[in-house]
Write a protein that binds this ligand. Structure first.
Ligand code: ATP
Ligand code: MG
Ligand code: MG
Ligand code: MG
Length: 561
């Protein structure tokens, strides 16, 4: 591409509204332009980077067994009403009416559309599992759009959804996706970490976020300096009443709940269990352990049966399981909040209740608790947030904090959406079962900024080869010099023929402007055609290391390969 032909409006001035390095540089180097708050145009260079990121994501998704499709951004409100999210999603959902006053949403995510699609098309276990994905524009009316592409209101996401007949099958795909995500972020050269994330009302260890470590990150990660333990602080910011993991669990209260057959019974039971201190109950939800915290008589007396089934199978954990999980695997237990006790209580009585344990003693600690959501911390003086220097919840090493940018999120949804939208299949015995689902997102446009943030210096962007808009930048120093121009174009054509993506600066600009722009744009290799053009010699510069060498044109292609 000749620079005289393309559209790279670089800026000398630092735009005043840009707070962070990557945002400033992407604006200055002409990769993006703002249209409205949180809404951007990807300029020709930015679009090329975005497509390269997409290509890597596609390759890894395909390799992991995903199948690409494209769903609409415009989604009828009915689907959102069916899932309950027309109400629950709140003001972040962009809503609009068509000319007949029929309500629509601009999709912030596509669980509804895809679940309805699969529901209508797939009836038999024989067609499952299935993983579908798309790369598509999403809309979220973020409260505070900021930092350019990091938090946009219109942004590009890769979202995948998997459908299964069993938990094991979901686990398998989850693992594959986790691996695919690790491959993607490694290929992009990012310094990242997968962390245990907040699973909201679903619980279990069914969700991880992929965080790019960066000072400008909005999330805080708590991680062990000696093990793989890493969690979003939302989850790890834990309440520790006591932290001596090595001590064996003293005594689990065993309660025979065999006669609890009604919601009232379970609620009464929960109330008894929860007098004057925090208690926790361990449930198994779809085979996944879920720790429920119960505080005082908080809310549990007012149980309403509602459509809540996040899970297809709920049972209370046995004392042995409780001891094993709470006593030994604290770091892996995902509790769910007080407000969800109602939900769990309702689910629980639908199944055989065969054993329960209270686990509120001082030798307990709770991890993966979201303090604001799950209980009020200030009422419990002995509870505190996890802090740097604390022993790691997995017992190995010490907790450290770091800032992170959430670039990906994998999530075991279970049957939340299939229940709500009635997406069922017939199993081998001809019985109707809800599909078990997973969802997996990557912020493609956010990634572009995260990469720019990590790969830059005081002169500009420093793109890693794999996502750079071009591989080679040819710069003709003096366009009035015929020897330089003809050699420049010759090199340009030769490199193109050899399969390189080349940008040629053929503008009638001062050399200083050209060099500054070239550094700003940040293509990995620059070939400068200057005074030695008459000897067939060019200068080759590595943008990252700054290393410069003079080289004969004939050797140049070998050198580049
Ligand atoms: P955040 O916590 O940053 O608000 P999220 O948890 O709401 O993100 P998800 O629903 O998990 O986001 O969406 C999947 C991915 O989409 C995220 O991991 C992130 O990379 C990206 N993403 C989410 N919101 C935005 C946004 N406003 N702008 C750009 N990318 C976004
Ligand atoms: Mg969000
Ligand atoms: Mg998040
Ligand atoms: Mg998320």
């Amino acid at each position: 591409m000749k620079q005289s032909n393309t559209f790279i409006p670089t800026l000398r001035e630092v735009p005043s509204d840009a707070e962070i390095k990557s945002h400033k540089l992407l604006l200055r180097a002409g990769f993006i332009r703002q249209v409205a708050s949180g809404v951007y145009t990807y300029m020709p260079l930015g679009w090329r980077v975005l497509q390269k990121i997409e290509k890597i994501v596609r390759e890894e998704m395909d390799k992991a067994g995903g199948v690409e499709l494209l769903m609409p951004a415009l989604q009828p409100a009915e689907l959102w009403q069916e899932s309950g999210r027309w109400n629950d999603y709140g003001p972040e959902l962009m809503r609009l009416n068509d000319r007949h006053e029929r309500p629509f949403a601009l999709g912030p995510t596509h669980e509804e559309v895809i679940t309805a699609l699969v529901r209508d098309e797939i009836k038999s276990y024989k067609r499952l599992p299935l993983t579908l994905y798309q790369i598509q524009t999403k809309f979220r009316d973020e409260k505070r759009p900021r930092m350019g592409l990091l938090r946009g209101r219109e942004f590009v996401m890769k979202d995948a959804y998997s459908f299964h007949t069993t938990r094991e099958s979901l686990d398998e795909t989850y693992e594959k996706m986790y691996e695919a995500y690790s491959n993607i972020f490694s290929r992009l050269g990012l310094n990242f970490r997968a962390v245990i994330a907040d699973s909201g009302s679903i619980g279990g260890k069914g969700t991880h976020e992929f965080m790019v470590l960066s000072e400008i990150g909005e999330d805080t990660i708590a991680f062990s300096d000696e093990s793989d333990y890493a969690a979003n602080i939302e989850m790890a910011e834990v309440v520790t009443t006591y932290n001596k993991k090595d001590e064996p669990l003293k005594e689990l209260q065993k309660v025979n709940t065999g006669e609890h057959k009604t919601i009232e019974d379970v609620v009464t039971f929960l109330k008894i269990q929860s007098e004057d201190t925090i208690k926790s109950l361990l449930f198994k939800v779809d085979g996944e352990f879920v720790l429920v915290l119960v505080r005082g008589d908080h809310e549990v007396n007012d149980v309403k049966v509602k459509n809540l089934l996040d899970a297809s199978v709920v049972e209370l954990a046995t004392p042995e399981e409780t001891e094993r999980i709470i006593g030994c695997q604290i770091g892996n237990v995902g509790p769910i909040g007080v407000q969800n006790v109602k939900v769990i209580a309702d689910i629980a009585v639908q199944y055989i209740v065969n054993g329960v344990c209270g686990a509120n003693e001082e030798h307990m600690h709770y991890v993966n608790v979201n303090p604001d959501r799950d209980f009020q911390v200030d009422t419990y003086a002995d509870l505190r947030f996890i802090q740097e220097g604390d022993p790691s919840p997995d017992g190995k090493g010490t907790v450290k904090f770091a800032k992170g940018i959430e670039v990906g999120h994998v999530f075991k949804l279970g049957t939340k959406y299939s229940n709500a939208l009635n997406a069922t299949f017939l199993d081998e015995n001809g019985r109707s079962q809800p599909m078990i689902m997973g969802c997996y997102g990557i912020g493609i446009s956010r990634l572009m900024m995260a990469i720019a943030e990590q790969f830059a210096d005081d002169k500009g962007l420093v793109w890693p080869e794999v996502v750079s808009p071009y591989q080679v930048h040819i710069l003709i120093v003096n366009m009035k010099d015929e020897t330089q121009t003809s050699l420049g174009f010759d090199v340009y054509h030769r490199l193109q023929k050899a399969g390189f993506e080349v940008l040629l600066d053929d503008r009638n600009e001062r050399a200083g402007v050209k060099f500054a722009d070239s550094d700003l744009i940040g293509i990995p290799t620059r070939i400068t055609i200057g005074k030695k053009a008459s000897d067939g010699i060019v200068e080759m510069k590595d943008r990252q290391t700054g290393e410069v060498k003079e080289i004969a044109v004939d050797q140049m292609i070998n050198e580049l390969a």
